[in-house]
Design a protein around this ligand. Structure first.
Ligand code: EPU
Length: 420
């Protein structure tokens, strides 16, 4: 079993380059199935979800070739299977994008029920509602989802809940459908826009991504022969920005899109941190003990749920009492139990947690309960006095490229150790 061993406290100092966005990459890779040709994707993060997706595509008949550290060439001309390997698709959440992609390309998709972080119930009823509105028949049961259709036909779809996954999946499915599909109450996250930009580069006609109404004018074919670079990961950028505060450090976060980080910048300033930014770089530094703040997670452009645990670490050691309301996921406070093992004073109940700020944390053995919880525990370990051991690294490896190397370059004393 692997664990991370961190000796703290260390004020992190230096520069960090942000990788491509996980949640854009895991939609763009399956969307290449729609292309009757070859395309090149740059700035792909080396994370286990991306590797699993490349494996799945090969099973379906695509040729996947890494032509650079973060660049892959995908040839989807010979997709010959509509059944994704069920064991692999069950390992991660974003495998649900294969349903939209295979339906759009082949009129049939069979995918294992998506796995991923345990954040409470994660229904996909809005995805299914969208596929059915486009004319597909969807069957869920026996650990898999099967969708079939003759030819998808455009429709107007109103999402009952703002869902990133449903917005992107319906967008993927409808690119080759006949007519104009409208998604109302669509998600506006940067990765939604990035997926639309990728598909448009390959010949799709999608308008309005980034607003709450997206129109997809169906086209006959996507051609490929183009190169696309994945948007920088705003959650990774936010994680390092908050790490500067939690560790009492000074970090220049490079290669990000500052516009995507406005809610985090606002909260860092509110608690007394310092931020200077241009369009692509954000400099964050600590100069005095930070103070309490209240946070409510919301769909973009609200405060992102995927930075809630990292913000929680900062509030755990800020002065005063802070409250976080988590409005997206039912079970995203499991990390607070782990932080309490490190001396934090957090009481969580349902979708609310109350943080009574303590002066310092101390090292302890802790478990990454999900991906972002894992990142938060690394931050806490770097800020804490003594040695922290973090277990369940598979969660962290799913979503952060070279995370310990990046933290080490900023001065953290962090090592991956294999234990019997
Ligand atoms: N929901 C439904 N029905 C649906 C879809 C969603 O009720 O059909 C609910 C969910 O239960 C949740 C809310 O709607 O309460 C929002 O879910 P959404 O569909 O937006 O989430 P997702 O697409 O499954 C993506 C990210 C998550 C991120 C959320 C919210 C990917 C692969 N995952 O999940 O990322 O938390 O959007 O921004 O893009 C992470 O990266 O750590 C992570 C969990």
């Amino acid at each position: 079993m692997e664990k991370l061993v961190i000796s703290g406290p260390t004020p992190l100092k230096g520069e960090v380059e942000i990788s491509g966005a996980k949640n854009a990459a895991v939609a763009i890779i399956p969307a290449t199935i729609l292309i009757n040709g070859v395309c090149t994707i740059e700035n792909l993060p080396h994370i286990s979800d991306v590797k699993l997706y490349c494996e799945i595509l090969e099973h379906l008949g695509a040729k996947v070739k890494w032509i650079g550290k973060n660049t892959v060439e995908i040839d989807s001309r010979n997709i010959h299977s509509t059944t994704a390997p069920l064991d692999i698709t069950r390992k991660f959440r974003a495998s649900y994008y294969l349903i939209g992609a295979l339906l759009g390309r082949c009129g049939r998709a069979e995918v294992g029920s998506p796995g991923g972080c345990n954040l409470g119930p994660r229904p996909i009823d809005q995805h299914i509602k969208g596929f059915e509105a486009l004319g597909a028949k969807v069957k869920v049961g026996g650990g898999s989802i099967t969708a079939t259709c003759d030819k998808l036909k455009a429709n107007s779809i109103y999402l009952d809940i703002v869902s990133v996954g449903a917005t992107m999946n319906i967008m993927i499915a409808s690119v080759l459908a006949e007519g104009t599909t409208t998604i109302d109450n669509a998600a506006k996250e940067p990765h939604v826009v990035d997926l639309a930009n990728f598909l448009n580069t390959m010949g799709a006609d999608i308008r309005g991504a980034g607003t709450d109404i997206i129109r997809i004018n169906g086209v006959k074919e996507l051609k490929g022969n183009a190169t696309y670079s994945v948007v920088p990961d705003q959650i990774e950028a936010g994680t390092f920005m908050l790490s500067a505060i939690a560790s009492k450090g000074d970090i220049l976060v490079k290669n990000c899109i500052t516009k995507h980080l406005e809610p985090v910048i606002a909260k860092i300033l509110e608690i007394g941190g310092n931020v200077e930014a241009d369009e692509e770089n954000v400099h964050v530094w600590w100069s005095k003990r930070t103070t309490k703040a209240n946070i409510k997670t919301l769909p973009y452009p609200g405060f992102p749920t995927d930075l809630q645990p990292q913000m929680g670490v900062c509030l755990a050691i800020s002065s005063g009492t802070s409250i976080i309301n988590e409005s997206i996921w039912n079970s995203r406070f499991q990390y607070t139990e782990e932080l309490n093992k490190m001396g934090a004073k957090i009481t969580s109940s349902g979708q609310q947690a109350v943080f009574d700020g303590v002066e310092f944390l101390y090292g302890a053995p802790v478990y990454a309960t999900d991906l972002r919880a894992g990142a938060a525990l690394i931050m806490a370990g770097i800020a804490a006095n003594g040695t922290t051991e973090i277990y369940n690294l598979n969660h962290i490896d799913r979503g952060y490229e070279n995370i310990e190397e990046k933290f080490r370059k900023l001065g953290a004393k962090i090592e991956r150790v294999t234990e019997d």
